[in-house]
Design a protein around this ligand. Structure first.
Ligand code: MTE
Ligand code: LUZ
Ligand code: MOS
Length: 749
């Protein structure tokens, strides 16, 4: 059997961009970034850099032959800064040299004359000054003002959630290879090959057909390579074009951490109205999204926040306002959950606030207000299942939530130094790109004359197992062993106009397109078999690599039938296109059926806190997750487990610190992520439901589990409160041990 991706990884045989055999004459690029968060670029001293041994060229904005512009959603991002600089690390010049070390020595020899200007780093300040990337948006339903007036209980407050570093194992990078006739081939570590192709064509002033982008796999993306793989590929391409030589640009870990954007930090204000017995009446929330210096994907991230403003709950009167605030930090970008986690954190904070005011456990408010079939979300999309309550109830039952709460109370009564806490976290996450046009994919399937199959789609493998899922889908349609199906690299020559592999939709879209192409081939093969077996097409079926007649095996194998079709000059290749049906989100009216469906689940997170030191362990995270009829439950389990741990990291130990626009947490000594020791015991169960499967490819699983991690924050708050401290006021994540200690000692809010 051919090794699958995970096996190649553990054997160390997977080739990432920097592992590819180096072509003769390869040059290396490194980037000189702005030393100031905001300023006017008056001049550059490049002669010293050019004199460094090994340096071949230093390129600036003046060397861009086409448009010096790589902005995707908004054209506000130059490839190389000219005029003003807007964040520390913003690319200003690109040094090309015969070795990576020489390129970095060249970068160190550059000096820029910059008149520093005051920087803005806080989104609230940016909003106050009118520094917005797009006009502020409002999504609403009902009459929230009346609801807040009539509510028996109203809580108001502010929240803050922090950034998160993607920390993909493979840093950003690309290899640009000039081809004959002025064409360029680019090997890029990107989730969006077409975005790279489009940007490179624009920068060089050539046609998209002159640029081929190829991606074998990424060493992780997590959203960080949806938009932000583009500049590095475009810089390598620019250098290769100028020098007519292959150029490789790989960011060092520290450059990657400093120069690229992360999950958006959000500030928020809320007002939450409930009845005396805890029914949600009105929800007003105002998001201040820290977008960084250019748009990147921020407007789409904000849109997803607005669409997740009510999280897993039904609230009849809602006003959600979103500000996309321009600051002098690296552009923040897509990160697993894409604005959904930030929105859900705010609502869970308000829910926590209301529970304290009403004197009930947060789980009581959660259970009572879960959205059910027919409940309409603020955008107008109806909820189509009761899986929120089903997963919640199964989580409570399977994980013995009520018994655990009693055991925790008993433990806390007997222990002064150590306190335990637990919290349930329901998740409801919409599946589809909110930009409706992105919900399409194409696939090209070739069957070779030996019956082996090669599949090309727009999906990028980044560790999430999309290749294995597409393989399973195609093998299923053709009724052959999965090992007979190989996934090709993602290449803009074989799959054009691809959407990024993102929004958890990679498998949904691309496996559907590949299955469609496989069905077309199967249908031609069925006709051929009917002719050979002198029977009606309906009598032919395929099973275990064989052709059946009326359900009974014949001597025709899949391979023989393919041979026979080929000899009869029947095509055994097909291309197919898939577009998600019945979705449309209209930005003009902020309404519509934005999503193909929602993914639901509920987690229980349990922690133990050292109330003397503020340190803690996340002991266990359990969840009941709705995965539909999974193509690969083994892969999906890995996705859920990884997502939970990544979410817990965001909520607990991962603290991105900027000081005056400079990243202070720029290496793994100062930025902590959960390792194997910090990861909790995990217990992942699939939702048990009698409902017929509605999604043949299973349900999207990439992002939703990350939001289970939010439970860790509230489990910790519960443990802190078990010491008797109030821990009220501004709710701010991450709950690092330092923050926990400040709350415990009364130095916190
Ligand atoms: N899992 C791994 N191992 N590596 C990744 O980079 N990215 C996540 C998720 N799971 C990621 C991952 C994100 S942000 C998304 S959107 C989905 O995978 C993308 O893949 P899919 O659409 O095929 O689920
Ligand atoms: N990317 C995007 C996404 O462009 N649109 C989306 O709606 C989205 N959602 C999640 C992750 N990436
Ligand atoms: Mo994922 S944030 O959609 O790449």
């Amino acid at each position: 059997m051919k090794p699958t991706d995970p096996l190649l990884h553990v054997l160390g045989q997977s080739l990432y961009v920097d592992d590819l055999p180096e072509p003769a004459g390869l040059l290396h690029a490194a980037v000189f970034g702005s030393p100031f968060p905001h300023g006017h670029l008056r001049g550059l001293e490049l002669a010293t850099a050019r004199a460094v041994e090994g340096v071949v060229a230093v390129l600036t904005a003046a060397d861009v032959p086409g448009h010096n512009q790589i902005g995707g959603m908004v054209q506000d991002e130059p490839l190389l800064a000219a005029g003003d600089v807007h964040f520390v690390g913003q690319p200003i010049a690109c040094v090309v040299a015969t070795s990576r070390e020489a390129a970095h020595r060249g970068v160190a020899a550059i000096t820029a004359q910059i008149d520093e200007l005051p920087g803005i780093f806080e989104p609230r300040e940016a909003q106050r000054l009118g520094h917005l990337i797009i006009p502020s948006r409002t999504m609403q339903c009902g009459d929230v003002d009346a609801a807040l007036r009539q509510a028996a209980v109203v809580v108001r407050g502010q929240t803050r959630s922090g950034a998160q570093e993607h920390l993909y194992l493979e840093t950003q990078g690309a290899l640009a290879l000039p081809q004959e006739g002025g064409r360029l081939r680019i090997v890029s570590s990107t989730q969006a090959p077409t975005a790279v192709q489009r940007a490179v064509a624009g920068v060089l002033g050539v046609g998209m057909h002159d640029v081929e982008v190829d991606v074998t796999r990424l060493g992780g993306g997590f959203g960080g390579k949806e938009d932000q793989a583009t500049p590095w590929a475009a810089l390598a391409a620019l250098a290769a074009w100028h020098l007519n030589a292959p150029v490789k640009l790989i960011l060092s870990r520290e450059d990657d951490m400093r120069m690229t954007g992360k999950r958006h930090p959000y500030d928020a204000d809320y007002a939450f109205g409930l009845t005396a017995d805890g029914q949600f009446l009105g929800w007003q929330v105002e998001f201040y999204q820290n977008a960084g210096a250019s748009a990147d994907l921020s407007p789409a991230v904000l849109e997803r926040s607005l669409l997740h403003a009510t999280a897993s709950y039904f609230i009849p009167n809602v006003r959600a306002i979103g500000h996309c605030c321009r600051t002098n930090l690296p552009p923040f970008t897509a990160f697993r959950g894409f604005g959904g986690p930030q929105a859900m954190f705010v609502l869970e904070c308000a829910l926590d606030h209301a529970a304290r005011k009403l004197g009930v456990d947060r789980s009581v408010l959660q259970r009572r207000n879960l959205a059910k079939t027919g409940d309409v979300q603020p955008c107008g999309m109806p909820i189509r299942s009761d899986h929120a309550a089903l997963t919640f109830d199964q989580a409570v039952a399977h994980f013995h939530f009520n018994e655990k709460q009693q055991a925790i109370a008993a433990f806390n009564a007997q222990n002064r130094r150590f306190k335990r806490g637990a919290a349930l976290m329901p998740v409801c996450f919409g599946i589809s790109f909110t930009s409706t046009f992105l919900n399409q994919a194409s696939a090209l399937v070739h069957v070779y004359t030996d019956g082996s199959v090669a599949v090309s789609t727009g999906a990028v493998e980044m560790g999430q197992g999309v290749n294995a899922k597409i393989q399973a889908a195609v093998a299923g349609v053709l009724a052959i062993a999965p090992a007979r199906v190989r996934l090709e690299s993602t290449n803009t020559g074989r799959a054009a106009n691809t959407s990024p592999t993102a929004a958890s939709s990679g498998a949904d879209l691309n496996a559907a397109a590949a299955a469609q192409a496989a069905r077309e081939i199967a249908s031609r093969l069925r006709s051929r078999a009917a002719l050979l077996l002198h029977c009606a097409e309906e009598a032919v079926s395929f099973q275990d690599g064989r052709v059946n007649l009326n359900g009974a095996p014949t001597e025709w194998t899949f391979e023989r039938l393919v041979q026979s079709a080929y000899m009869a000059r029947i095509s055994v290749s097909a291309q197919a296109h898939y577009a998600t049906p019945n979705i449309l989100f209209d930005r003009a009216t902020e309404s519509g059926v934005a999503f193909a469906y929602h993914v639901f689940g509920t987690a229980l997170v349990e922690v133990t806190l050292d109330a003397l030191l503020g340190t803690y362990t996340v002991d266990r995270a359990s969840c009941v997750h709705d995965v539909g009829t999974s193509l690969r439950p083994d892969i999906d389990r890995g996705q859920v487990e990884g997502g939970i741990v990544q979410g817990i990291g965001w909520m607990t130990m991962e603290e991105v610190v900027y000081q005056d626009g400079r990243l202070k947490s720029a290496n793994l000594g100062t930025y902590k992520v959960p390792d194997l020791l910090a990861a909790p015991e995990l217990d992942v169960r699939w939702l048990e439901t009698a409902n017929a499967p509605s999604h043949v490819t299973g349900k999207a699983v990439g992002e939703p589990p990350l939001m289970y991690g939010i439970g860790a924050y509230f489990a910790l708050l519960n443990a802190i409160r078990a010491t008797g401290v109030a821990a009220a006021g501004l709710q701010e994540s991450p709950m690092t041990p330092e923050r926990a200690l400040m709350l415990l000692t009364g130095d916190g809010p």
